[in-house]
Design a protein around this ligand. Structure first.
Ligand SMILES: Nc1ncnc2c1ncn2[C@@H]1O[C@H](COP(=O)(O)OP(=O)(O)O)[C@@H](O)[C@H]1O
Ligand SMILES: [Mg+2]
Length: 323
């Protein structure tokens, strides 16, 4: 195990922020720590990265106990925090050489490593510009590059793509994948099920300081019920009848919302379910105004695991699905 945590507890004042978190990450794999705002993701990362001590439990990272041998842990890890930690008044190249010098790579060594990382993270064209002119995606890439300066074997990424557009997120995902292919163990936190699904070998779902589910992305999605078919009905259509018509394609309990005008049914993925559903509705002449497949959102995960919707304020665009 590259990361192993057992019963980690942390309290801030009266608030118990972590209530006994267990995590284990085999070397060379990716664990996605998925949870809404305030779940305890950053606190977990900070404890594993030796930045704050736990109040209870124990953890080893890269084979060393975080409480007993923090220096040995630090030498083997990289961390890209939730907010990109780049110095805005320095250029990209200066940011990286500065960190290289702090790692004692020497002037030439730091310059060489900086140039290499700038190239790998597609920042060479902007290397000599102040980073305050960088886009969000560029900052994140530079931050990721900085976390890799000392060639860590274990990498912590705290919400590496929150706030980025889809193209920048996908670029970052590719870059993280490259690290994993090179043998680095990654623990990444995210509020996006899609991101964990894309990158992680295993996902641990954290809510209110506790891991409430863990498994492979497929296991988790099976629990949550795969894709959903969402049908908006024209005025006058009978939702109960539609639900009945769709019994053959649904793989879980249907939900009716939006004043009885929206029917959502979990279906098996693939085009078969869509075709069958469309045919069933057409045969009966049911009028629909919208007909869409949608992957389970973060809200669906939390709804099925906990019976409540996660507190994530940044899951914009997914709020309307709870009806
Ligand atoms: N230094 C701190 N002092 C007091 N409360 C904190 C501190 N750090 C985090 N918390 C609280 O702990 C909870 C978990 O925070 P955090 O680990 O940042 O969650 P996440 O990263 O999942 O959003 C939140 O309720 C947060 O307000
Ligand atoms: Mg956080």
């Amino acid at each position: 195990m590259a990361i192993e945590a057992e019963g980690i507890r942390k309290r801030y004042g009266d608030t118990e922020v972590l209530k006994g978190v267990d995590l284990s990450v085999p070397a060379g794999t990716v664990l996605g720590l998925l949870g809404p705002n305030g779940a305890g993701k950053t606190t977990s990362v900070r404890i594993l990265a030796t930045l704050v001590p736990p109040d209870g439990g124990r953890a080893t990272v890269a084979g060393y106990d975080v409480a007993e041998e923090p220096m040995k842990v630090r030498r083997r890890i990289g961390l890209a925090g939730q907010y990109a930690a780049v110095d805005e008044r320095l250029t990209g190249r200066e940011n990286l050489t500065l960190i290289g010098r702090l790692y004692r790579l020497g002037r030439a060594g730091a310059a060489r490593r900086a140039a290499e990382l700038l190239e790998r993270f597609e920042l060479t064209h902007a290397a000599d510009r102040e980073t305050k002119t960088y886009s969000g995606g560029m900052r994140r890439r530079l931050d990721l590059a900085a976390s890799l300066l000392a060639e860590p074997t274990v990498l912590f990424l705290d919400e590496p793509t929150t706030g980025l557009d889809l193209t920048s997120r996908m670029t970052l995902w590719t870059m993280v994948r490259e690290q994993v292919d090179a043998g680095v163990t990654v623990l990444l936190t995210t509020q996006y099920l899609e991101e964990a699904d894309h990158l992680a070998d295993r996902i641990a779902v954290i809510d209110k300081g506790q891991v409430i589910a863990d498994g492979t992305p497929d296991e988790l999605k099976r629990k949550v019920g795969g894709e959903r078919l969402e049908i908006s009905l024209a005025e006058g259509a009978d939702a109960a009848e539609v639900t009945r018509l769709l019994e053959g394609v649904s793989v879980g309990p249907p939900a009716t919302g939006g004043d009885g005008r929206t029917v959502t049914v979990p279906v098996a993925s693939g085009i078969g379910a869509i075709a069958d559903a469309a045919a069933a509705l057409r045969e009966r002449g049911v009028e629909v105004t919208d007909f869409a497949m949608r992957r389970p959102s973060m809200d669906d995960v939390f709804l099925s695991l906990t019976g409540h919707v996660g507190g994530g304020a940044e899951t914009t665009g997914q709020q309307e699905v709870k009806a």
